[in-house]
Design a binder for this molecule. Structure first.
Ligand code: AHR
Length: 330
């Protein structure tokens, strides 16, 4: 009949679901929460998946434990959002030996044998940094601000994470190339609380600091709080004594700060990787062809109209003027 399914029927319908273990590095930022939600929504029962989720609280050891649990449970596939790049060779070899494909999302892993990673989907953090730095170059040039008048601090992400390495490097290289003063690079673990503390200290240390390059939006919000509490103003008008904030992610709260003129430029890091991940898992399961590396699409937002495009290595890149619709959408 059409009543309750028999045990045998229950079993077959369960078996048709693809068993996936997802080791998420943490819940440190708004971006991360959106990323988790995207992957969870796409790897749902309705879409044919049976997902086991693990939050590692920004600790690599906890990710190792989760991965080994997934291997023991003989998952069909493992999705890994790694907290840092190094140290994955052993556990990934264990997954490979067990015949379990691993799809890495967001940040990358740095492994000897690149075949330990079945596929990767995430962001081009190097490009994000270039957009930010080229924008700052054009903006200052257009406003008659000399390179030696820029005094920049870098509020870094979690040390060793791809997003941190490439955003920090991008800024450092630009400072050397363009002659900007890089006062200090300080980690704040991508969190609002840590960034607020770090920026308060930097404000006391460097009276001439006029650009705060925050490696994500939660850090930017912490930085803004610290600056405003110290009596200084955030904004793009460096010559009038305002402190300029540059940020990454373009989350809902970050973009609100752009709208208010408190973040001068917010370079998007797109957390919506779920659909792509679901497609990849299915292709891998069916032994269909798939791309090993997929970059998600990303924009950059500013309210200031001074700079409409920036020159990147691969051509002109357009800066998007923020609208209410874009904010409402995320
Ligand atoms: O790896 C992506 C970064 O991690 C995002 O920019 C940040 O918000 C997150 O915590």
């Amino acid at each position: 009949g059409c009543g309750k399914k028999s045990d045998a029927e229950e079993k077959t319908s369960e078996q048709t679901l693809i068993d996936v273990g997802f080791s998420q590095l943490g819940a440190e930022s708004d971006w991360r929460i959106a990323n988790t939600e995207s992957i969870r929504n796409s790897l749902s029962n309705e879409n044919g998946f049976n997902l086991t989720f693990d939050d590692a609280q920004q600790k690599q050891d906890k990710q190792f434990i989760a991965m080994r649990k997934f291997i023991q449970q003989e998952k069909d596939c493992i999705v890994l959002a790694p907290v840092m790049e190094d140290g994955w060779d052993t556990v990934l070899q264990e997954a490979k030996d067990a015949g379990i494909p691993v799809i890495v999302v967001d940040r990358r892993v740095n492994v000897q044998d690149t075949r330990l990673v079945t596929a990767w989907v995430g962001s081009d953090f190097r490009k994000e940094a270039s957009i930010a730095c080229e924008w700052l170059k054009s903006y200052t040039e257009s406003n008659g601000i000399k390179p030696e008048e820029l005094f920049i601090v870098d509020i870094q992400g979690t040390l060793g994470a791809t997003a941190q390495i490439e955003r920090s490097d991008g800024l450092k290289n630009a400072c050397e190339k363009y002659g900007w003063n890089l006062l200090e690079q300080v980690p704040a673990d991508y969190t609002q609380a840590k960034a607020k503390e770090v920026v308060s200290n930097l404000l006391n240390k460097y009276k001439d600091m006029n650009v705060v390059y925050c490696e994500n939006d939660n850090e930017a919000i912490g930085a803004i709080e610290a600056i405003e509490e110290s009596g200084r103003k955030v904004g793009s008008n460096i010559s009038a004594g305002e402190i300029m904030i540059i940020s990454f992610d373009a989350t809902h709260s970050g973009l609100k700060m752009v709208m208010e003129g408190k973040i001068a430029l917010d370079v998007e890091c797109n957390p919506l990787q779920g659909e792509e991940v679901a497609l990849l898992v299915k292709k891998v399961q069916n032994s269909d062809e798939f791309h090993r590396y997929t970059y998600v699409k990303e924009r950059a937002f500013s309210m200031d109209q001074t700079v409409k495009t920036v020159k990147l290595r691969d051509g002109d890149y357009e800066i998007t003027t923020l609208t209410e619709d874009i904010i409402a959408d995320r």
